[in-house]
Design a protein around this ligand. Structure first.
Ligand code: FES
Ligand code: FE2
Length: 344
Protein backbone atom coordinates (compact mmCIF):
# COMPACT_ATOMS: atom_id res chain seq x y z
CA UNK A 1 0.00 0.00 0.00
CA UNK A 2 2.87 2.34 0.81
CA UNK A 3 3.80 2.55 -2.85
CA UNK A 4 0.29 3.11 -4.07
CA UNK A 5 -0.01 6.20 -6.19
CA UNK A 6 -1.35 9.02 -4.04
CA UNK A 7 -3.37 10.36 -7.01
CA UNK A 8 -5.37 7.16 -7.12
CA UNK A 9 -5.97 6.91 -3.41
CA UNK A 10 -9.51 6.32 -2.16
CA UNK A 11 -11.03 8.07 0.86
CA UNK A 12 -11.50 6.85 4.40
CA UNK A 13 -15.32 6.64 4.54
CA UNK A 14 -15.38 6.64 8.32
CA UNK A 15 -15.44 10.40 8.68
CA UNK A 16 -18.04 13.16 8.36
CA UNK A 17 -17.83 14.80 4.94
CA UNK A 18 -19.58 17.99 3.89
CA UNK A 19 -21.92 17.44 0.94
CA UNK A 20 -23.89 20.71 0.75
CA UNK A 21 -24.64 24.01 2.37
CA UNK A 22 -27.83 24.04 4.43
CA UNK A 23 -29.25 26.73 2.18
CA UNK A 24 -28.88 24.49 -0.90
CA UNK A 25 -31.49 22.03 0.36
CA UNK A 26 -34.89 23.70 0.29
CA UNK A 27 -38.19 21.93 -0.42
CA UNK A 28 -36.87 19.97 -3.40
CA UNK A 29 -34.45 17.06 -3.22
CA UNK A 30 -30.83 17.84 -4.05
CA UNK A 31 -28.53 15.43 -5.85
CA UNK A 32 -24.94 15.31 -4.54
CA UNK A 33 -22.04 12.98 -5.16
CA UNK A 34 -19.51 11.76 -2.65
CA UNK A 35 -16.76 9.45 -3.86
CA UNK A 36 -18.77 7.92 -6.73
CA UNK A 37 -21.93 7.58 -4.64
CA UNK A 38 -24.95 9.50 -5.88
CA UNK A 39 -26.98 10.69 -2.91
CA UNK A 40 -30.37 12.43 -2.70
CA UNK A 41 -30.69 14.96 0.11
CA UNK A 42 -34.11 16.16 1.15
CA UNK A 43 -36.03 17.69 4.05
CA UNK A 44 -39.09 16.03 5.58
CA UNK A 45 -42.22 17.91 6.69
CA UNK A 46 -40.42 19.14 9.82
CA UNK A 47 -37.41 20.37 7.90
CA UNK A 48 -35.27 17.49 9.12
CA UNK A 49 -32.59 16.53 6.62
CA UNK A 50 -32.24 12.98 5.22
CA UNK A 51 -29.92 11.28 2.74
CA UNK A 52 -30.85 8.34 0.53
CA UNK A 53 -29.02 6.56 -2.23
CA UNK A 54 -30.02 8.52 -5.35
CA UNK A 55 -31.49 5.55 -7.23
CA UNK A 56 -35.06 4.42 -7.38
CA UNK A 57 -35.00 0.63 -6.92
CA UNK A 58 -37.87 0.28 -9.42
CA UNK A 59 -36.08 1.35 -12.62
CA UNK A 60 -32.89 2.87 -11.22
CA UNK A 61 -33.56 6.48 -12.20
CA UNK A 62 -32.52 9.28 -9.89
CA UNK A 63 -34.78 9.75 -6.89
CA UNK A 64 -33.62 13.35 -6.65
CA UNK A 65 -35.81 14.15 -9.69
CA UNK A 66 -38.79 13.40 -7.49
CA UNK A 67 -40.52 15.37 -4.78
CA UNK A 68 -41.04 15.30 -1.07
CA UNK A 69 -44.52 14.24 -0.02
CA UNK A 70 -45.02 14.52 3.72
CA UNK A 71 -42.01 12.77 5.18
CA UNK A 72 -41.40 10.56 2.14
CA UNK A 73 -39.49 10.98 -1.08
CA UNK A 74 -41.57 10.13 -4.17
CA UNK A 75 -39.89 9.07 -7.40
CA UNK A 76 -40.67 11.24 -10.43
CA UNK A 77 -41.27 8.30 -12.78
CA UNK A 78 -44.07 6.11 -11.30
CA UNK A 79 -44.44 7.77 -7.93
CA UNK A 80 -43.13 5.04 -5.66
CA UNK A 81 -42.50 6.50 -2.23
CA UNK A 82 -39.69 5.88 0.23
CA UNK A 83 -39.20 6.79 3.89
CA UNK A 84 -35.92 8.06 5.31
CA UNK A 85 -34.85 4.50 6.10
CA UNK A 86 -35.01 3.80 2.37
CA UNK A 87 -38.06 1.51 2.64
CA UNK A 88 -40.80 1.60 0.06
CA UNK A 89 -43.94 2.94 1.75
CA UNK A 90 -46.35 3.34 -1.15
CA UNK A 91 -46.88 2.50 -4.82
CA UNK A 92 -49.77 4.55 -6.28
CA UNK A 93 -51.08 1.72 -8.48
CA UNK A 94 -50.62 -1.19 -6.08
CA UNK A 95 -53.43 -3.71 -6.61
CA UNK A 96 -55.30 -5.19 -3.65
CA UNK A 97 -53.64 -8.54 -4.11
CA UNK A 98 -50.15 -7.07 -4.39
CA UNK A 99 -47.69 -6.42 -1.57
CA UNK A 100 -45.34 -3.46 -1.35
CA UNK A 101 -41.92 -4.32 -2.76
CA UNK A 102 -39.45 -5.06 0.01
CA UNK A 103 -36.59 -3.25 -1.68
CA UNK A 104 -34.55 -0.97 0.55
CA UNK A 105 -32.27 1.83 -0.41
CA UNK A 106 -29.12 2.74 1.37
CA UNK A 107 -29.63 5.61 3.78
CA UNK A 108 -26.78 7.68 5.15
CA UNK A 109 -26.29 9.24 8.58
CA UNK A 110 -26.55 12.97 8.04
CA UNK A 111 -26.33 15.98 10.36
CA UNK A 112 -27.09 19.60 9.73
CA UNK A 113 -24.69 21.73 11.68
CA UNK A 114 -23.11 25.20 11.38
CA UNK A 115 -24.73 25.97 8.05
CA UNK A 116 -23.63 22.76 6.31
CA UNK A 117 -24.83 19.20 5.70
CA UNK A 118 -22.39 16.64 7.09
CA UNK A 119 -22.68 13.06 5.86
CA UNK A 120 -21.04 9.85 7.07
CA UNK A 121 -20.45 7.46 4.14
CA UNK A 122 -18.92 4.69 6.32
CA UNK A 123 -20.43 2.60 9.04
CA UNK A 124 -21.54 4.91 11.83
CA UNK A 125 -22.69 1.97 13.95
CA UNK A 126 -19.15 0.86 14.73
CA UNK A 127 -17.60 1.96 18.02
CA UNK A 128 -15.27 4.22 16.08
CA UNK A 129 -18.14 5.67 14.03
CA UNK A 130 -20.30 6.42 17.06
CA UNK A 131 -17.55 8.38 18.76
CA UNK A 132 -16.86 10.59 15.74
CA UNK A 133 -18.55 13.97 15.49
CA UNK A 134 -18.58 16.35 12.51
CA UNK A 135 -15.62 18.69 12.79
CA UNK A 136 -17.99 21.64 13.09
CA UNK A 137 -17.27 25.34 12.61
CA UNK A 138 -18.14 27.17 15.84
CA UNK A 139 -17.52 30.59 14.26
CA UNK A 140 -20.50 30.09 11.94
CA UNK A 141 -23.04 31.13 14.58
CA UNK A 142 -20.68 33.17 16.75
CA UNK A 143 -21.60 36.85 16.56
CA UNK A 144 -17.98 37.99 16.53
CA UNK A 145 -17.13 36.33 13.22
CA UNK A 146 -17.92 37.55 9.73
CA UNK A 147 -18.16 34.71 7.20
CA UNK A 148 -17.55 34.44 3.47
CA UNK A 149 -18.12 31.20 1.57
CA UNK A 150 -16.57 30.23 -1.74
CA UNK A 151 -17.28 26.94 -3.48
CA UNK A 152 -14.40 25.02 -5.01
CA UNK A 153 -15.19 22.71 -7.91
CA UNK A 154 -12.03 21.30 -9.34
CA UNK A 155 -11.29 18.54 -11.79
CA UNK A 156 -8.59 17.00 -9.67
CA UNK A 157 -7.92 14.41 -7.01
CA UNK A 158 -8.46 15.74 -3.49
CA UNK A 159 -4.77 15.26 -2.66
CA UNK A 160 -3.86 18.14 -4.99
CA UNK A 161 -6.23 20.46 -3.17
CA UNK A 162 -5.00 19.49 0.31
CA UNK A 163 -1.37 19.82 -0.77
CA UNK A 164 -2.12 23.25 -2.19
CA UNK A 165 -3.73 24.30 1.09
CA UNK A 166 -0.91 22.94 3.26
CA UNK A 167 1.95 24.39 1.23
CA UNK A 168 2.08 28.07 2.17
CA UNK A 169 4.98 28.65 -0.20
CA UNK A 170 2.43 28.92 -2.98
CA UNK A 171 1.54 32.42 -1.73
CA UNK A 172 3.67 33.40 -4.70
CA UNK A 173 0.75 32.54 -6.96
CA UNK A 174 -1.69 34.93 -5.34
CA UNK A 175 0.29 38.18 -5.24
CA UNK A 176 -2.37 40.85 -4.72
CA UNK A 177 -5.01 38.54 -3.32
CA UNK A 178 -2.92 37.04 -0.55
CA UNK A 179 -3.48 38.23 3.02
CA UNK A 180 0.12 37.48 3.94
CA UNK A 181 3.64 37.27 2.52
CA UNK A 182 7.00 35.66 3.28
CA UNK A 183 5.78 32.40 4.80
CA UNK A 184 8.46 30.30 6.50
CA UNK A 185 7.85 26.80 7.84
CA UNK A 186 8.70 26.53 11.54
CA UNK A 187 7.64 23.03 12.51
CA UNK A 188 5.22 20.21 11.86
CA UNK A 189 3.25 18.03 14.23
CA UNK A 190 1.42 14.94 13.13
CA UNK A 191 -0.60 12.09 14.55
CA UNK A 192 -2.98 9.45 13.18
CA UNK A 193 -5.68 11.97 12.25
CA UNK A 194 -4.03 15.29 11.56
CA UNK A 195 -1.02 17.24 10.39
CA UNK A 196 -0.37 20.69 11.83
CA UNK A 197 2.15 22.88 10.05
CA UNK A 198 3.28 26.07 11.74
CA UNK A 199 4.56 28.85 9.57
CA UNK A 200 5.38 32.45 10.32
CA UNK A 201 4.33 35.07 7.83
CA UNK A 202 3.95 38.77 7.32
CA UNK A 203 0.28 39.66 7.42
CA UNK A 204 -1.14 42.59 5.47
CA UNK A 205 -4.29 43.04 7.48
CA UNK A 206 -4.99 43.93 11.05
CA UNK A 207 -8.55 44.00 12.33
CA UNK A 208 -8.48 46.42 15.24
CA UNK A 209 -10.18 49.57 13.98
CA UNK A 210 -13.74 50.06 12.93
CA UNK A 211 -12.56 50.82 9.39
CA UNK A 212 -10.18 47.83 9.23
CA UNK A 213 -12.39 46.08 6.74
CA UNK A 214 -11.53 48.78 4.19
CA UNK A 215 -8.03 47.27 4.02
CA UNK A 216 -9.63 44.67 1.82
CA UNK A 217 -10.25 47.34 -0.79
CA UNK A 218 -7.48 49.90 -0.25
CA UNK A 219 -3.96 48.62 -0.46
CA UNK A 220 -2.47 51.77 1.03
CA UNK A 221 -4.11 50.97 4.38
CA UNK A 222 -2.27 47.67 4.72
CA UNK A 223 0.81 47.34 6.93
CA UNK A 224 2.97 44.24 6.95
CA UNK A 225 3.46 42.78 10.41
CA UNK A 226 4.54 39.28 11.57
CA UNK A 227 1.84 36.76 12.50
CA UNK A 228 1.80 32.99 13.07
CA UNK A 229 0.21 31.18 10.14
CA UNK A 230 -1.04 27.73 11.09
CA UNK A 231 -2.48 25.22 8.67
CA UNK A 232 -3.95 21.88 9.68
CA UNK A 233 -5.10 18.88 7.74
CA UNK A 234 -7.70 17.45 10.09
CA UNK A 235 -8.61 14.49 7.94
CA UNK A 236 -10.53 14.90 5.69
CA UNK A 237 -10.86 18.69 6.13
CA UNK A 238 -8.51 21.63 6.43
CA UNK A 239 -8.39 24.61 8.74
CA UNK A 240 -6.05 27.56 9.02
CA UNK A 241 -5.50 30.57 11.25
CA UNK A 242 -3.58 33.72 10.50
CA UNK A 243 -2.84 35.42 13.82
CA UNK A 244 -6.01 36.09 15.78
CA UNK A 245 -7.93 37.92 13.08
CA UNK A 246 -8.53 35.27 10.42
CA UNK A 247 -9.64 31.68 10.28
CA UNK A 248 -10.36 29.65 7.16
CA UNK A 249 -11.89 26.22 6.76
CA UNK A 250 -11.93 24.03 3.71
CA UNK A 251 -14.61 21.35 4.02
CA UNK A 252 -14.16 18.54 1.56
CA UNK A 253 -16.48 16.50 -0.59
CA UNK A 254 -14.27 14.35 -2.85
CA UNK A 255 -16.49 13.43 -5.81
CA UNK A 256 -14.29 10.87 -7.52
CA UNK A 257 -10.67 10.23 -8.38
CA UNK A 258 -10.41 13.30 -10.60
CA UNK A 259 -13.02 15.65 -9.15
CA UNK A 260 -13.29 17.43 -5.83
CA UNK A 261 -15.89 19.77 -4.41
CA UNK A 262 -15.09 21.79 -1.33
CA UNK A 263 -16.40 24.74 0.64
CA UNK A 264 -13.94 27.41 1.63
CA UNK A 265 -15.22 29.41 4.59
CA UNK A 266 -13.34 32.52 5.59
CA UNK A 267 -13.94 34.19 8.95
CA UNK A 268 -12.82 37.65 9.98
CA UNK A 269 -12.78 37.96 13.75
CA UNK A 270 -14.16 41.01 15.50
CA UNK A 271 -12.75 39.87 18.85
CA UNK A 272 -10.33 42.80 18.91
CA UNK A 273 -13.35 45.06 19.52
CA UNK A 274 -13.71 44.07 23.13
CA UNK A 275 -16.67 46.36 23.73
CA UNK A 276 -18.73 44.53 21.15
CA UNK A 277 -20.45 42.26 23.64
CA UNK A 278 -22.08 45.30 25.23
CA UNK A 279 -24.09 45.96 22.10
CA UNK A 280 -27.56 44.43 21.75
CA UNK A 281 -27.63 40.94 20.23
CA UNK A 282 -30.01 41.99 17.45
CA UNK A 283 -27.56 44.66 16.37
CA UNK A 284 -24.59 42.30 16.41
CA UNK A 285 -26.56 39.79 14.38
CA UNK A 286 -27.50 42.56 11.94
CA UNK A 287 -23.83 43.49 11.53
CA UNK A 288 -22.81 39.85 11.10
CA UNK A 289 -25.49 39.19 8.49
CA UNK A 290 -24.82 42.39 6.60
CA UNK A 291 -21.11 41.86 6.40
CA UNK A 292 -21.57 38.24 5.27
CA UNK A 293 -19.60 37.76 2.06
CA UNK A 294 -17.46 40.87 2.51
CA UNK A 295 -14.34 38.93 1.48
CA UNK A 296 -16.11 37.33 -1.52
CA UNK A 297 -14.04 38.89 -4.26
CA UNK A 298 -10.82 38.08 -2.48
CA UNK A 299 -11.79 34.50 -1.73
CA UNK A 300 -13.18 33.76 -5.20
CA UNK A 301 -10.04 35.27 -6.73
CA UNK A 302 -7.82 32.98 -4.66
CA UNK A 303 -9.92 29.95 -5.55
CA UNK A 304 -9.75 30.69 -9.26
CA UNK A 305 -5.96 30.87 -9.20
CA UNK A 306 -5.58 27.74 -7.08
CA UNK A 307 -8.04 25.69 -9.12
CA UNK A 308 -6.18 26.47 -12.33
CA UNK A 309 -2.90 25.18 -10.88
CA UNK A 310 -4.50 22.12 -9.28
CA UNK A 311 -6.27 21.12 -12.48
CA UNK A 312 -3.10 21.52 -14.50
CA UNK A 313 -1.29 19.25 -12.06
CA UNK A 314 -4.01 16.64 -12.51
CA UNK A 315 -3.87 16.90 -16.30
CA UNK A 316 -0.10 16.58 -16.30
CA UNK A 317 -0.39 13.53 -14.07
CA UNK A 318 -2.95 11.86 -16.33
CA UNK A 319 -0.65 12.36 -19.31
CA UNK A 320 2.50 11.21 -17.55
CA UNK A 321 1.58 9.33 -14.37
CA UNK A 322 5.12 8.28 -13.60
CA UNK A 323 6.91 11.52 -14.31
CA UNK A 324 8.84 12.60 -11.26
CA UNK A 325 8.05 15.86 -9.47
CA UNK A 326 10.23 17.71 -6.99
CA UNK A 327 9.20 18.76 -3.52
CA UNK A 328 11.02 20.92 -1.00
CA UNK A 329 8.26 21.45 1.56
CA UNK A 330 8.38 18.60 4.07
CA UNK A 331 4.79 19.33 5.14
CA UNK A 332 3.67 17.50 2.01
CA UNK A 333 5.50 14.35 3.05
CA UNK A 334 3.49 14.34 6.28
CA UNK A 335 0.27 15.13 4.41
CA UNK A 336 0.73 12.22 2.01
CA UNK A 337 1.62 9.90 4.88
CA UNK A 338 -1.67 10.81 6.59
CA UNK A 339 -3.72 10.31 3.42
CA UNK A 340 -2.22 6.89 2.90
CA UNK A 341 -2.56 5.76 6.50
CA UNK A 342 -6.24 6.76 6.51
CA UNK A 343 -7.14 4.39 3.72
CA UNK A 344 -4.94 1.47 4.75
S1 FES B 1 -38.57 4.35 -11.60
FE1 FES B 1 -39.05 5.15 -9.70
S2 FES B 1 -41.11 4.72 -9.47
FE2 FES B 1 -40.61 3.80 -11.31
FE1 FE2 C 1 -3.98 29.33 -2.62
Amino acid sequence: MQNRDIRQLGINPNHWYVVARSSEVKNKPLSVKLWEQAIALYRDSKGQIHALEDRCPHRHVKLSHGQVIGDDLACAYHGWRFNHQGECTAVPYLANNQKLPTCTLRHYPVIEQDGFIWLFPGNVETKHGKSLQPMGIPEWEHLNYIATVSVINCQAHYSYLIENLMDMYHGHLHQDYQAWAEAALEDIQEDANRVDAHYTAQSYYKIDKIWSISQLFFKSLRRLHPEPLNVSYVYPHWVSTLGKDFKIYCLLCPVNETQTKAYLIHFTSLNAFWRLHKLPIWFRRFVKNNLFGSAQKLLDGLVLQDVQMIEEEQQAYLKHPIRQSYELNRTLVSVQRLMRSQVE
